[in-house]
Design a protein around this ligand. Structure first.
Ligand SMILES: N[C@@H](CCC(=O)N[C@@H](CS)C(=O)NCC(=O)O)C(=O)O
Length: 221
């Protein structure tokens, strides 16, 4: 049975990162669109899959999994023999990978989400943007990116010199900031290493295809 991927209609959020992993691995899937405005994540049927009532969720032949990072890792491991590895092997490489994964979820993502809430989310809801709050959120994200600049000055990707799912985790909202809100904080001249890394991610052929097609059913490769 083809993998079912429950996602919001917009190609943004953790669902986009799962679509990217599936594209890297060439795995077909069926996107099932959930209307958040109609509270479709809060129905008893949906809550039986995801007790917090959120998307994304996958149904892999009856195996239900939620949380985008867990899903990306599951798929990368399940299809380890297809496409690029996306997960490291070896004790120390795995430890560095876990370190980078924690940095993304504990440092990058919370700082990014503050910017997203004060820009993309408010715009979508037709609410006025509080410039002081947005500037504060941007300063917080810039602080994290200054540290990324040091890390990426020593290695090509966030978890070492190999591309991995941790790099993909960073693609949930940040590309939309530049496209929809004109906030190009990921490619600033004062952070050449972050810029180099980011440009490599967003020009990766799978991501370019995902951006062009959104949640399109991938074809077997
Ligand atoms: N940490 C979760 C975050 C999931 C999340 O925040 N999902 C939002 C959509 S982007 C949601 O479903 N919200 C439910 C709602 O707004 O009712 C993940 O990465 O999967």
């Amino acid at each position: 049975m083809v993998l079912k991927l429950y996602v919001p209609t917009a190609f943004v959020s953790g669902g986009a990162t799962i679509a990217m992993v599936l594209a890297e691995k060439g795995i077909p899937y069926e996107p099932i669109f959930i209307d958040l405005d109609k509270k479709e994540t809060k129905t008893p049927e949906f809550l039986a899959m995801h007790p917090f009532g959120e998307v994304p969720v996958i149904d892999d032949d009856g195996f239900i999994l939620y949380e985008s990072r867990a899903i990306c890792r599951y798929l990368a491991e399940k299809y380890a023999d297809r496409g690029p590895a996306l997960l490291p092997t070896g004790l120390q490489a795995k430890a560095i990978f876990e370190q980078a994964a924690s940095v993304e979820s504990a440092n990058f993502s919370p700082a990014l989400l503050k910017v997203v809430r004060e820009s993309l989310v408010k715009t979508r809801r037709g609410l006025p943007i509080d410039q002081a709050l947005l500037d504060e959120a941007l300063a917080g994200l810039a602080e994290k990116l200054d540290v990324y600049e040091v890390i990426l000055g020593k290695q090509r990707f966030t978890a070492g010199d190999e591309f991995s799912v941790v790099d993909i985790f960073h693609l949930s909202y940040a590309p939309r900031l530049a496209i929809a809100a004109g906030i190009d904080i990921m490619t600033r001249p004062e952070r050449p290493n972050v810029t180099r890394w980011w440009n490599e991610l967003i020009t990766r052929p799978t991501w370019v295809k995902c951006q062009a097609e959104g949640y399109k059913v991938a074809t077997e490769s």
